[in-house]
Ligand binder design. Structure first.
Ligand SMILES: Cc1cc2nc3c(=O)[nH]c(=O)nc-3n(C[C@H](O)[C@H](O)[C@H](O)COP(=O)(O)O)c2cc1C
Length: 194
């Protein structure tokens, strides 16, 4: 396998995750530097992949720490693994928050209703609650529950612009690891020790 083939496999693997829910790399871990200086990491669903634009996106809540953190330190890392094929993709880059604009609204309207529930909660992610229903404002069954019109104001797209891609494949007899470093508009590929 060549460095060029692996490069294509990285982007194909990421793009495939958009087409089917249960493919590897749909679920990735996003790591940021916390406001307190500690590392912070959480699971996110990959929502957009463009090799041409050198862009990956995921959705999140504007009230979440995932927004404040890149505001202060935009460097971000994503990692996804395919445990069946023993492969891993690590992405290091910078995050940009798309708060406004048509792309954000299009992403909102394109999302299945179930995925939007969290954005309709009246409490910010991580806010302390006295009981389990408080995030929705009222107990289930009451009239004052957030309606389907609520939520877009909390919803945003996080755009990750990769600067380094790190591929690891432990499936073969001889483990493979390749590193791609972004230089201007090009990628500089190299083998590195697994
Ligand atoms: C399978 C799975 C997928 C998730 N996808 C997302 C996502 O795409 N965006 C998001 O903000 N949170 C997602 N979460 C929740 C986050 O991992 C996290 O718990 C939540 O966003 C709070 O993180 P924060 O402290 O960074 O705000 C997902 C959780 C799971 C279990």
């Amino acid at each position: 396998m060549t460095l060029e083939q692996i490069y294509a496999r990285i982007w194909d693997g990421l793009a495939a995750a958009l087409r089917e829910e249960d493919l590897p790399f749909k679920v990735m871990q996003a790591a940021t530097v916390g406001l307190d200086g500690f590392p912070n990491v959480r699971t996110v669903l990959l929502r957009g992949v463009s090799e041409q634009k050198n862009l990956l996106t995921f959705h999140t809540d504007l009230r979440s720490p995932k927004i404040a953190e890149p505001g202060r330190e935009p460097r971000i890392a994503l990692v996804g693994a395919d445990p069946v094929r023993s492969r891993q993709i690590r992405v290091f880059g910078r995050a940009r928050i798309a708060r406004d604009g048509q792309a954000r609204l299009d992403a909102w309207h394109a999302s299945p209703d179930h995925d939007l529930i969290a954005y309709r909660m009246r409490l910010a992610p991580g806010a302390p609650m006295r009981d389990v229903d408080e995030a929705f404002g009222t107990p289930p069954g009451a009239h004052d529950v957030p309606g389907p019109a609520e939520g877009p104001e909390h919803f945003c797209v996080v755009e990750v612009c990769p600067a380094r891609l790190d591929w690891l494949d432990l499936s073969a007899d001889r483990p493979l690891r390749a590193l791609y470093v972004r230089q201007g508009n090009r990628w500089l590929p190299n083998w590195i020790a697994p």
